[in-house]
Write a protein that binds this ligand. Sequence first.
Ligand code: NAD
Length: 254
Amino acid sequence: MSCATGSKELISHTAEFLLKNKPWLVLTGAGVSTESGIPDFRSPGSGLWQRYDPMEVLSTDTLFRDPETFYRVGFYILRQFKHARPNLSHYLLAEWEKRGLVHTLVTQNIDSLHTISGSQRVLEIHGHLRTAHCMRCEKTVPLDRVEKEVDGGEIPPKCQCGGVLRPDVVLFGDLLPSCFEEAMEFARRMPLLVIGSSLQVSPANFIPFAAHQVVIVNIGVTPFDARSDYVLNGKASEILRGLNEEMKKQQPTV
Ligand code: NAD
């Protein structure tokens, strides 16, 4: 079943479905943060994809072969994400966790906006921009230090041991951290609510295949729409606000 933002009837059915099957696993993608001013990779016109090829400038291959491009282009894009603030969707998801509706939140985003807005159980399967580590001795350092070195012209930035420092984000070509397996395990056990993801990036897009019930909130279409229980097309903040109001109406105590 699918709908445009304005379809109150479908918001109401989806709210009922979500309340009946709580708690849920939530999977978010870049689309949950576009309303915080961070462009996603694939939205027509505004996507980062149109200006650069992230699979190239944000890859381990470029980091190793051409650190200048990695730090001057790829890292420059990532740094902009650090100044964004959470939007209504991030705050509602944090509130839903406190109310026992959301069990765990899995995010493909590296902008930390879910933790900043108060979500506690967050699996950052693509890492984050809070720290970096040395590729030789594995020492962890604050990302601010890497930024200062890059701004001072030290490219690639180096650890005291001489090893190259890299941000703690998952680059194209990297393996995913072990929390991805945890996310897959949760998906097998509870319904999944996907918000703002094109579901085109692997292996994150395997997660819906593990879930028995799936609800999708997204502006654009996804390859999983036809297999989902409910698809709500529109801006995440508007749809989540509608679901929140409807759930409060249907179950004021939750
Ligand atoms: P994507 O760019 O492939 O897809 C984003 C989807 O969100 C699109 O289908 C678009 O239609 C939808 N969308 C955009 N704005 C929306 C809104 N306001 N409400 C609802 N839907 C909206 O993103 P992805 O699936 O997360 O995969 C891209 C990869 O890039 C991920 O690995 C992600 O980590 C990374 N990335 C992260 C950030 C970030 O940290 N904020 C930003 C850009 C890219």
